[in-house]
Design a protein around this ligand. Structure first.
Ligand code: PLP
Length: 391
């Protein structure tokens, strides 16, 4: 019988989608399920963005666009990144992609091969490891530790670099922990990376506009010494509540940008034209919806953390970014995946077990607070009841 190449026995996936499917099935059976599993804003895309897509369709934007995205959009991305980071960016560096995920897919394809080592955060977004394995490269997890506020440790990261390291993946603010790596730690990391010019850097900054407690986002783009080997991943999905539009953007050093453009030409050709016009409206229009959404996440963050810390055997550090809490559940006596599964089946609360984000995720579960304050309170009450009855 025809058989797939071995790479497909190594590729993984995102368990969040399986949890969502199970939660949807249970809801269809009539169960009342509160979904704290899914990593997407519970807000609609702001109206003026939706209108821009409709207008683009009416105006006849029905054809292919340049593979890297329409010029006005790439100009708007460059201006937006420049406004937020203070770093001059050329539209030629920008590639618009169908979702932030595609940037990591491309970057990992560019540097992954048997014998290569790729460093990635663990716990971290599961697609990093999956794609590294797909290419045959060796995944090297960088432990992201609770006692370090779920930030990268510069010393620990640098100690893992070898002559075989080809790519280092960074992510702050982070999924699944909500951790934000402080500027001093990034300074130290970049300083150390200067001694390892053979290492490319992919900085996943998809949560760049979701930091709390007055923290300013620190982009890796603001470090000139690594600019010529930095790939910046960002996009519209989280900031503008546009996960289903499949829109992301990335900045690439020139030769790698050419390779990315060729991957686009060889696969999806270009991002949906009307979505690109929507993306332009998002960047150039009013930003109040973004600020309102982040303020609401901040309010819920406090409810989640306070509530978690009152549950028996549960403790949560205060997440500084994104919209996730990653409580330590060791003292409940439960392993993380059985607990997440029991919470869904028995208590009607969808969460994700930490091991779905890496080997260092055991002992934790991820809760997304992209759900109403009322639902979050109800979910916490159900979790308390469940843990009280099932110690
Ligand atoms: N990077 C991180 C850390 C994420 O959490 C996600 C989405 O969950 C993505 C990238 C992918 O974003 P997109 O939906 O734009 O592909």
């Amino acid at each position: 019988a025809p058989r797939l190449v071995p790479a497909f026995s190594r590729i993984g996936e995102e368990n969040a989608f399986a949890v969502l499917a199970r939660a949807t099935d249970l809801a269809r059976e009539g169960r009342d399920i509160i979904n704290l599993g899914i990593g997407q804003p519970d807000f609609p895309t702001p109206d003026h963005i939706v209108e821009a897509a409709i207008k683009a369709l009416r105006d006849g934007h029905h054809g292919y666009t340049p593979a890297t995205g329409i010029l006005p959009l790439r100009e708007a991305v460059a201006a937006d990144v420049e406004r937020r980071t203070g770093v001059a960016v050329s539209p030629d560096e920008v590639i618009v992609v169908p979702g932030g995920k595609v940037t990591m897919f491309m970057a990992i394809l560019m540097f992954g091969e048997p014998g290569a080592e790729i460093l990635y955060p663990d716990p971290g977004f599961p697609i990093y490891r999956s794609m590294i394995e797909f290419t045959g490269a060796t995944p090297v997890p960088v432990p992201i530790r609770e006692e370090n506020g779920f930030a990268f440790s510069a010393a620990e990261t640098l100690a893992l670099i070898t002559p075989k390291t080809r790519l280092l993946i960074l992510n702050s603010p982070a999924n699944p922990t909500g951790g934000v790596t402080p500027k001093a730690e990034i300074d130290a990391l970049v300083k150390g990376l200067e001694a390892h010019p053979h290492v490319a850097i992919l900085s996943d900054e998809i949560y760049s506009q979701m930091s709390y407690d007055g923290l300013q986002h620190v982009s890796l783009l603001t470090y000139p010494s690594i600019r010529d080997r930095l790939i910046l991943l960002d996009g519209w999905s989280k900031t503008y509540a546009m996960t289903g539009w499949r829109m992301g953007f990335s900045l690439w050093p020139k030769p790698w940008g050419d390779a990315a453009r060729k991957l686009a030409v060889n696969s999806y050709s270009c991002v949906n034209a009307s979505a690109q016009w929507a993306g332009l409206a998002a960047l150039t229009g009013p930003q109040d919806a973004v600020h309102a959404m982040v303020a609401e996440f901040d309010r819920r963050r406090k409810i989640v953390v306070d509530g978690l810390n009152q549950l028996p055997g549960v403790s949560s550090v205060v997440p500084k970014g994104a919209f996730y809490a990653f409580p330590n559940i060791r003292a409940t006596g439960w392993k993380a995946k059985p607990l997440a599964s029991a919470l869904l089946e028995k208590a009607g609360v969808a969460t994700i077990g930490g091991p779905d984000f890496g080997v260092y995720g055991e002992g934790y579960i991820r809760l997304s607070y992209a759900n109403s304050a009322e639902n979050i309170r109800r979910a916490l009450a159900r979790m308390g009841e469940f843990l009280g009855a099932n110690p």
